[in-house]
Design a protein around this ligand. Structure first.
Ligand SMILES: Cc1ncc(C[n+]2csc(CCOP(=O)(O)OP(=O)(O)O)c2C)c(N)n1
Ligand SMILES: CC(=O)[C@@H](O)[C@H](O)COP(=O)(O)O
Ligand SMILES: [Mg+2]
Length: 618
């Protein structure tokens, strides 16, 4: 029963509750989140960890004008529930429902859209400066996880924010976890801070002394804080955050609501950037998630009683990971790199089997590419397995630290194409267009597992320079029973002499196969050109389409700069006189299931058939 939660429509309603009622409310929120994610899938463990922190934030701040900026935003479900979306939370991540991330278009309480990591401090600082310039009142709070703090952008933000002249609060939500265990020196450093009780007890005493003088007001607090900082500098090592200009307080128990409220009240009155170090437990309140926070970081729908999800088994990522292990067993030059996505990219087996050749950079895609460039220049063959959407961060590094170096390295681009419920921040629809701008790069786009093996072998052993294999989230779509992978750069299927040609690549090939049998019923025979290597396009593929009267190109990627546009350019150069139709993606694609999105984009078999029938009638 949501006895208390039912009384909360907006954050101001929290003011009516005592601390013990708020603790009861946290229980109800947890139940709601568990139930919702068990139905819709989502980021369970991260959300369960920040329930008290979010309630405390909304109790202390007035989010009508105070702005809370959530890093990554995957932990914002409690925030959504408390800010007018209690009922709508049941629609989260579904078509037309709430987004799984903060979204300014969804609610005025969402200060900044997110989905990608480590943006919160920079965004919060921007918002705080805008407030100062426009004279708008209100505090700005960035909430960033220890995982997100491994991303370089966070330090670019801290570097500037430490010089801010007014109140700006950064809350470090430290649960010792990224998706997997957090790695690197920052993770070690945070562990070190956590285990220095003496230092912080002294610090806490100074804090208590300051706090017990409420009537002396801010100037005294400021003076004492400054003196204290100077003293500490002499007596102890400062934290990195203080060295960067912040006042550091913590670590605090992130599940002690009363304490959190006190700490936030204090932090709000400091005219200076403040960093609050809060310790939380990922998955708190649901035993399966507490025991295995990695598996419950992002999970498909599951059974609450057993904690089991039916969406398991082989997928493109696991096939990739297994094949890379096979190659690495025979080739000591092969290294695998992940930017904090070991599980998602299927590299867990590799990490176990070849620990010395496995590198987790933390959430640092730019660094990962430059690091790969370095490894490659030293004679290794790095394979950076990365989600398409996160590779967007590394465009300059691909050019400057890989392509121009003329090194040999491979990108395994996972989640290429529509990803589904994560929505517009995570769609893998830009990689083809941006890779297509870079000289001397080779990109393969397998539709099935056996093509995946071939593509990887070709990428690693038969390409000069930079190679990439891009493959979608999950499993392949329908495979025609007589389909055989040839390993050629393109293949032709269907009616040999047909004057209607469909060109496509990747998993859309499955829909094309379905579409052509439908079109046959309408008396339209079709030839299919399936591109296996999409960059560079094989001139033979262009030549073989040149005798068509109508060419239809279907592409699960952004239209501008994509292969479809490029193919039409090549066809024109070849002297093609027929008609050319391109269906690709022209806008950001919101959350829905993968199939719903492909349907809405006209990229499933139905959409293809409709388009071809319409154009054939014209
Ligand atoms: C640029 C980028 N790379 C990778 C990811 C995938 N990702 C989402 S959450 C996450 C871990 C974040 O850890 P933390 O900030 O500590 O949050 P927690 O889940 O522990 O609460 C990762 C790697 C991302 N969202 N953005
Ligand atoms: C928040 C985030 O960026 C990741 O957790 C992402 O949602 C993972 O996506 P997959 O579920 O496709 O691994
Ligand atoms: Mg964390």
């Amino acid at each position: 029963m949501d006895n208390l939660l039912e009384k909360i429509n907006f954050p101001k309603d929290l003011q009516n509750f005592s601390i013990s009622e708020l603790n009861e409310l946290c229980k109800e929120i947890r139940e709601k989140i568990i139930k919702t994610v068990s139905n819709n899938g989502g980021h369970l463990a991260s959300n369960l960890g920040v329930v008290e922190l979010t309630v405390a934030l909304h109790r202390v701040f007035y989010s009508e004008y105070d702005k809370i900026v959530w890093d990554v935003g995957h932990q914002s479900y409690t925030h959504k529930i408390l800010t007018g979306r209690r009922k709508a939370i049941s629609t989260i991540r579904t078509k037309g429902g709430l987004s799984g991330y903060p979204n300014r278009q969804e609610s005025p309480y969402d200060a900044f859209n997110a989905g990608h990591s480590s943006t919160s401090i920079s965004a919060a600082l921007g918002i705080a400066n805008a407030k100062m310039l426009t004279g708008e009142p209100g505090h700005v709070i960035a909430v960033i996880g220890d995982g997100a703090l491994t991303g370089g952008l966070a330090y670019e933000g801290l570097n500037n924010a430490g010089r801010f002249k007014k109140n700006l609060i950064v809350i470090l939500n430290d649960n010792k976890m990224s998706i997997s265990r957090n790695v690197g020196s920052i993770a070690r450093y945070l562990a070190h801070i956590r285990t220095k009780p003496g230092y912080f007890r002294v610090k806490g005493n100074v804090e208590n002394a300051v706090d017990s003088l409420p009537h002396l007001g801010k100037p005294i607090h400021r003076f004492l804080s400054k003196t204290k900082m100077a003293l500490k500098q002499i007596l102890y090592n400062n934290t990195i955050f203080e060295d960067m200009g912040f006042y550091y307080y913590g670590p605090f128990d992130g599940h002690d609501l009363g304490k959190l409220i006190d700490v936030l009240e204090n932090a709000k009155n400091i005219d200076h950037p403040v960093l609050l170090h809060v310790l939380t437990h990922k998955g708190k309140g649901y035993s399966y998630a507490e025991q295995n926070p990695g598996a419950f970081h992002g999970i498909a729908s599951f059974d609450i009683k057993t904690g089991k999800s039916q969406f398991t088994g082989e997928n493109f990522s696991s096939i990739f990971g297994n094949h890379l292990c096979t190659l690495a067993a025979n080739d000591s030059r092969i290294c695998a790199i992940t930017a904090a996505m070991q599980m998602g990219t299927g590299l867990t087996g590799f990490a176990k089997q070849f620990p010395e050749r496995f590198f987790d950079t933390g959430i640092a895609e730019e660094h990962a590419v430059t690091f790969a460039g370095g490894l490659a220049s030293g004679g290794m063959h790095p394979v950076f397995a990365v989600y398409s959407t996160f590779l967007q961060r590394s465009y300059d590094q691909i050019i400057h630290d890989a392509a121009i170096q003329k090194v040999k390295l491979t990108f395994a681009i996972d989640r290429a194409g529509i990803v589904g419920e994560d929505g517009e921040t995570h769609q893998g629809i830009f990689d083809v267009a941006f890779l297509n701008t870079i000289p001397n790069i080779t990109v393969f786009s397998p539709a099935y597992y056996d093509e995946m093996y071939q593509s990887l072998d070709l990428a690693i052993y038969h390409c000069e320079g930079i190679s990439a294999v891009r493959y979608p989230r999950g499993k392949p779509f329908f495979k025609p029973y007589d389909f055989e992978s040839t390993g050629m750069s393109f293949d032709t299927y269907g009616e040999k002499d047909a004057k209607t040609v469909i060109v496509t690549y990747g998993r859309l090939f499955s829909f094309v196969c379905k579409a052509i049998s439908d079109l046959k019923q309408h008396g339209i025979s079709v030839r299919i050109i399936k591109l296996n290597r999409i960059i560079p396009v094989d001139p033979g593929a262009v030549a073989s389409a040149a005798d068509a009267e109508m060419v239809f190109f279907f592409e699960e990627g952004i239209q501008h700069g994509g292969i479809g546009e490029h193919f039409s350019y090549l066809l024109n150069k070849f002297g093609y006189k027929g008609k050319y139709f391109l269906r690709a993606i022209t806008n950001f694609v919101p959350h829905a299931t993968m199939l719903q999105s492909l349907n809405a984009l006209g990229l499933d078999d139905k959409g293809m058939v409709n388009m071809i029938l319409t154009e054939c009638k014209n």
